[in-house]
Design a protein around this ligand. Sequence first.
Ligand code: KIV
Length: 263
Amino acid sequence: MTKKLTISTIKKLKNERKLTMITAYDALFGKLFNNTADIILVGDSLNMSFGGKADTLSITLDQMIYHTQAVSNGATDTFLITDMPFGTYITKEVALESALKVYRQSSADAVKIEGGADKADTVKYLVDNGIAVCGHIGLLPQSVRSEGGYKVKGKDEQSAKSLLQDAKEIEKAGAFCIVIEGVKADVAKIICKSVSIPVIGIGAGNALDGQVLVFSDMLGLFEDFTPKFVKKYLDGAALVKNAVRNYKKEVESGEFPDEIHTY
Ligand code: KIV
C-alpha cells in the first residue's frame, strides 16, 4: 500500500518522479484507482461523461460535493482534488464561501479553479484562508461558450507569453500545483521549467511533471468523441456491451441462472 500524498510531498516530487492524476466520479472507481493514482480529481467533466451534458457549465457545487463524498468513500488513501464549478468563484469572497462548503461537506484535500493571472487574487485569498488550491491554465473548459469552442493555446508568441505569466502568478499566489490543458508542448515545457510547483498536463505534451486523464476517456468508456491527446488503455465500451449482450442471451435462453448461481 502506498502512502497518501500531501501538499508538501506533491511539491517535493517535482524533478523527482512524475505524478499520475486521474478523474473519478464515484466510490466504485475511486476504490479501483485508490493506491495506484497519485491524485484523484473529481473533475467537473463528470457533467459530460457521467451526466451526459454537452459541457461542464451546468454542474452545481452541491453535485460536486456529492460526487466528492462518493469518491472519498472508495479512495480512502488518495489525495483528492475537487473542481470548483463554473460561477462558484466569480469573486474571491464567493470563492471562499464555495471552497469552505467543499471542505466542510466533503473530504476534498484541495480545490481546482480555472484561470490564470486574472484568478491570482482569488487563489491567494483562498490559500490565505487555509484552502489548498490547484490552478488550471491553458484551454479552460468552463470558457467553452464564451470562446466558442475548445481552443488549443500557446500557438503564437503572445499566447505563450501570457500563459507563462499565468503560471507564474498562480504559483506566486500560493497554488501547490497547476494543471495545464490543451497547450503546445514546447510552450508547456518552458512553463514547467519556469515554476517550482508541479505542472500536470492534459493535451500539453510529455515534458511535464505529470499527466491527468479523464478515466472514462482512458478506459474507452466514453464514445461520443475522443480528443487527440487521449490514449485508450482499454476498450471499455466494447467489453461492457459484449458482457451485457452475453447476459441478455443467457437470460433469454434460460442458461442463466444456472445451478451454481442458485440457492
Ligand atoms: O474536469 C476535468 O476532468 C478536468 C481535467 C480535464 C483536468 O478539469
